[in-house]
Design a protein around this ligand. Structure first.
Ligand SMILES: Cc1cc2nc3c(=O)[nH]c(=O)nc-3n(C[C@H](O)[C@H](O)[C@H](O)COP(=O)(O)O)c2cc1C
Ligand SMILES: [Mn+2]
Length: 454
C-alpha cells in the first residue's frame, strides 16, 4: 500500500493509539477547532486529531499530523532526536516518481462552475484572520522551460467559490515561477495538494536548488516512488494518493487584498495586495479527509524544523566535520534559533560553525554552539552551557543588517535583521572540573534498594 495520510493514521492507531484522537462531537471550523487546540497546547498535549463532524456535514478535518517530534519520528521511521540526519540521508537519494493511469485522488472531479470552495471545511484560526484559509496547502508548479516540478507550502485565503489569494515569499521558487510567466503575460498553472503522508510533507520543504525535481526528492524522503496522475485541467502531474487537489491558474498582473493572517511567529502579517488564483477544478477521494496545519502554533513551527535542521547539519558539517547534532527549538519558532553541538577538535571551530549556520539559512537569527556533552534538545542544558562557558566580550559574534524573515516582527523593512552567534563551548583544555559522583558508587547505589516503589 502506498504511503498516504490514511496509512499513516492507521499505523498510528495500531502502534501508538495514545497519539491519535478521533473527535465525534460536532465542532465548527470557525475558531472552535483552534480554541480546542489552544487548550491542548497549554497542557502540552499534541496528539494527531481527526474531527469527524465539522460544520454540520463538511469533510472530516485532520490536524496536528506533525504536532510533535515523536509523530515525525513515526513518519521517518527513526527516534525523534535523529530526524534531521535521517531526513538528510533520504533527501540526497531522490527516487523518481512513477506515472499511473488513475488514482484515488480523482475519484470525484468537479470542474469549472461545479467548483465551490466554500464547501471545504477551511479553518478560521484566529480573530485577526481575514477569512478561512488553506494552510496544509502544498503548491506544485512546473518550470515551463525545464519541466522541473516544484513544491512549496503556501497559505491560501478563501476569496470566493473559485478564488484563492496567496502569500509567496519574494524570491522563493513558486514566486520566481509566477514572476517568470507574468513577464510573458501568462498565468502559472498550479495544483494545490492537500492531505498527505507526513514524509511527503517534510520532503516538499527540502532545501533544494530550483533545478531539482521535488517530486523525486519527496519520493526519496518517503522511501518509495511517488505515484503521479495527470491533473484534469492544468498541464501538471499530481500525486495519485493525496486526499484532495485544487487545480488552478495563478493570474498574471492581478493583485488583490490578502490577510491579515496569524503566522508562525505568533503574530499576524498585515493585509497587502497579493497574487490571485482562479480555480479550474477540485478533484478528491470519495470520503476525503481535509488536512489543516495549526497555523501560528507548535505544529506550524515544528514542520519547518526538520528540513531546515537537515540543511544546517549539511552546511556545518562542511566546515566542522565533527558536528554532532542540531536543533531548531520551538521557542525560536523552529526558524530563528539553532542549537548546535560539536565535538571540538581545534580551538576556534565553534566560530566557524556559527558562520556556516548563519550563511546556510536566511531565516536564522541566533545560533548557540555547545560541546558534545550538551543535549541540544534539552533547552535547559543549552542555557546552562551559556551560563557557565560563555563570555560575551570574547565569544559573541554579531552581524548587523543582514537579510532575515519578512515575518520577524522585530525586523526592519523587508526583513532586514541582525544575526548573533554564541560560542558556549569550553576551551580544549584547562577548564574547571565538572561535577560527578564516582562511577562505581553510582552503579552500586540503586534507587529501588533505598526507596522501594518510587
Ligand atoms: C505550514 C507552512 C506554511 C507555509 N506558508 C508559506 C506561505 O504562505 N508563503 C511562503 O512563501 N512560504 C510558506 N512556507 C514556507 C515554504 O513552504 C518553504 O520555504 C518552501 O520550502 C519553499 O519552497 P521553494 O523554495 O521551492 O519555493 C510555509 C511552510 C510551512 C511548513
Ligand atoms: Mn523548490
Amino acid at each position: 500500500m502506498p504511503k498516504d495520510l490514511r496509512s499513516f493514521i492507521a499505523r498510528l492507531e495500531r502502534e501508538a493509539p495514545d497519539e491519535v484522537v478521533r473527535v465525534r462531537k460536532p465542532i465548527s471550523s470557525r475558531y472552535e477547532i483552534s480554541a480546542l487546540l489552544t487548550h491542548l497546547e497549554r497542557r502540552k498535549r499534541f496528539p494527531l486529531l481527526i474531527f469527524e463532524d465539522v460544520d454540520e456535514g463538511k469533510a472530516p478535518v485532520v490536524i496536528n499530523v506533525q504536532g510533535s517530534r515523536k509523530l515525525m519520528g513515526y513518519a521517518l521511521d527513526c527516534p525523534p532526536e535523529n530526524l534531521a540526519p535521517r531526513f538528510l540521508e533520504r533527501q540526497v537519494r531522490p527516487i523518481r516518481p512513477v506515472e499511473v493511469p488513475e488514482g484515488p485522488v480523482q475519484e470525484v472531479v468537479e470542474a469549472g462552475d461545479a467548483v465551490d470552495l466554500t464547501r471545504l471545511p477551511m479553518l478560521t484560526h484566529y480573530a485577526v484572520n481575514a477569512a478561512p484559509y488553506l494552510t496544509a496547502s502544498i503548491i506544485a508548479a512546473r518550470d515551463p522551460d525545464t519541466g522541473v516540478q516544484n513544491t512549496a507550502y503556501i497559505r491560501m485565503m478563501l476569496a470566493g467559490k473559485r478564488e484563492l489569494r496567496v502569500f509567496m515569499a519574494i524570491g522563493r521558487h513558486t514566486w520566481t515561477l509566477h514572476n517568470k510567466l507574468e513577464r510573458r503575460d501568462q498565468p502559472l498553472p498550479i495544483a494545490v495538494i492537500i492531505g498527505v503522508h507526513p514524509a511527503f510533507s517534510l520532503g516538499s520543504q527540502a532545501f533544494t536548488p530550483a533545478d531539482e525535481d521535488e517530486y523525486a526528492v519527496i519520493g526519496g524522503v518517503m522511501g518509495e516512488p511517488l505515484r503521479l496522475v495527470d491533473a484534469k485541467t492544468v498541464p501538471l502531474k499530481v500525486p495519485a494518493d493525496a486526499e484532495l487537489i485544487i487545480e488552478g491558474l495563478m493570474l498574471p498582473h492581478v493583485r488583490r487584498e490578502e490577510g491579515p493572517f496569524g503566522e508562525f511567529t505568533g503574530y499576524a502579517v498585515e493585509r497587502d495586495l497579493r497574487q490571485v488564483v482562479e480555480v479550474t477544478a477540485v478533484t478528491r477521494r470519495r470520503g476525503f479527509y481535509f488536512q489543516d496545519v495549526h497555523a501560528g502554533y507548535t505544529e506550524h513551527r515544528l514542520m519547518g524544523a526538520v528540513p531546515r535542521e537537515a540543511a544546517l547539519l549539511r552546511a556545518v558539517r562542511q566546515t566542522v566535520p565533527t558536528v554532532k547534532s542540531v536543533c531548531m527549538p520551538v521557542s525560536g519558532n523552529c526558524r530563528f534559533h539553532a542549537y548546535i553541538s560539536i565535538a571540538k577538535r581545534t580551538p576556534a571551530q565553534a566560530k566557524n560553525a556559527i558562520c556556516a549556520a548563519i550563511a546556510s539559512d536566511m531565516l536564522l537569527k541566533h545560533v548557540i554552539v555547545v560541546d558534545e556533552d550538551i543535549d541540544v534538545f534539552d533547552e535547559e542544558a543549552v542555557l546552562w552551557a551559556v551560563a557557565n562557558r560563555f563570555q560575551a566580550g570574547r565569544d559573541l559574534v554579531v552581524i548587523e543588517g543582514a537579510q532575515g524573515s519578512e515575518l520577524d516582527p522585530s525586523a526592519g523593512p523587508f526583513g532586514v535583521n541582525d544575526k548573533m552567534g554564541l560560542d558556549a563551548t569550553k576551551p580544549l583544555s584547562g577548564f574547571a572540573q565538572v561535577l560527578s559522583v564516582p562511577e562505581e558508587v553510582m552503579s552500586r547505589i540503586r534507587v529501588e534498594d533505598f526507596l522501594p516503589g518510587r
